[in-house]
Design a protein around this ligand. Sequence first.
Ligand code: ATP
Ligand code: MG
Length: 503
Amino acid sequence: MDTLRIKDITLDFPGVRALDNVSMSFKTGEVHALVGANGAGKSSLFKTISGIYPHYRGKIYLGDKEIKAKSPHEMLKEGIYCIYQEVDTSLVPELTIAENLLLYEIVNTKKFNTFSWQTIYDRAKNILKDVGFEKELPNVKEKVANISVAQRQIIAIARALASNASFILFDEPTSSLSSKDVEKLKAIIRGLKEKDLGIVFVSHRLEEVFDISDRISVLRDGKYIGTKEKDKTSPEEIVSMMLGHSLEEQFPIAPHTSEDETVLKVEGLWYKNKVRDVSFELKRGEILGIYGLVGAGKTELLHLLYGNIKPDKGKIILKGKNVRFHIPKDAVKRGIFLIPEERRKQGLFLEKTIAFNIGIANLDRISKGIFVDKEREIELARTMKEELKIVASSVLQFVDFLSGGNQQKVVVGRWIQKKGDIYFFDEPTKGIDVGAKSEMYRIISELAKMGKSILFITPEIPEVMGLCDRVLVMFDGSIVAQMRKDEMDPKRLLAYATGGSKE
Ligand SMILES: Nc1ncnc2c1ncn2[C@@H]1O[C@H](COP(=O)(O)OP(=O)(O)OP(=O)(O)O)[C@@H](O)[C@H]1O
Ligand SMILES: [Mg+2]
């Protein structure tokens, strides 16, 4: 058994102490979960240990040997490999699976000066075979752009195994996976543990933390709070360690009633083979869930309704009138807002401040003539920062430097200021900590109470049952079931979502 021990690690950024004197240890042969609220310092800790932030203070030991985390490459040589929160950033989509697997070697050695592609493909196949993933990635000549997130993670894991890593750190590996792929990843992680690797992983989903980990450690505000044996603790205890207080209510739903008035009606909507003959009605003041697994067509459906893509067939009727949106701006003009799923790609100007990002969607409220009133912009952003508990030194901080979960809160914050009638939320709580999730549920139900209508996409059953008045279940592009709150049941929801039964 080997231990990876960190001692008195402090990591500063201008104006922020991301890690404050953190000491803890990880072992090979164990699965260790690292949890904490958004901005607690989890990703910073991983990036420090894996050599991305060499400006840390403190010590890192592997066994008795002190090692300096100077660069990811150096740390990999020591056997420590990190798969980052945005797994995409470590792979090159335009290259093939084989090239991505052998990237380090292709770049770092001269060995391949005389390479033939055949050698590369053969080596890649061998690596996959050695680590037992040849079935998951059958064709090594496929471009990474064309494969799923789950398969991309497998490439990253294979890379780590091929370079004899003894510790693998996973930063939110499951946040973009379908439940089937989550199960697969769990099995892979258990297999890695059997092979005596040390696994450390970050997750905001406590049920999976309790499912696969042996020990659980908690960070809060950059500080180490403690480590518990999984069998000797409870989700309630972990949540209160994370938040510093217990969570009163996970679904603090404001009482609201959906009215008879139909605000949005969809009839026989088709889009390629992604959305098939979808019809439904959304009522005033209603929170309507759309539940389905990854790839069921939920996101495509929203984008059809929002004017991002055009339906092949079908009608969209807004307050009794047929509408056709050519671009999202058309939808926005009619009071429809979309809070998108992929914050980094669609939602944010990363190189701008929080205030700018929230202000840009609310220009009518913060402009004087054609000029933006900076004071009002900041004021508005401050209100949102407080309401959503965005962790940042100020609203003038650049969004790029926020933690993953806090970036998502900025995306949400920009739209809920708006005076819209209909809100589309596409997995708004992905990667968000329990406290902030609960806050988000409160805000969404307050919108409903104000008479707004909400379409809420989620792949998580507890959210459907806790928040939605009614749910449409999608499978393979079609709506296969509808349930009112009193009819919802986890088993039935899952059965429909996996194509197990039709109504
Ligand atoms: N490169 C950076 N420059 C400036 N500040 C940073 C940088 N990286 C992280 N921070 C700050 O450090 C703190 C910890 O962020 P970190 O990303 O480690 O949080 P996290 O626990 O991973 O949160 P999440 O669950 O939202 O991913 C945050 O306040 C964040 O804004
Ligand atoms: Mg993070």
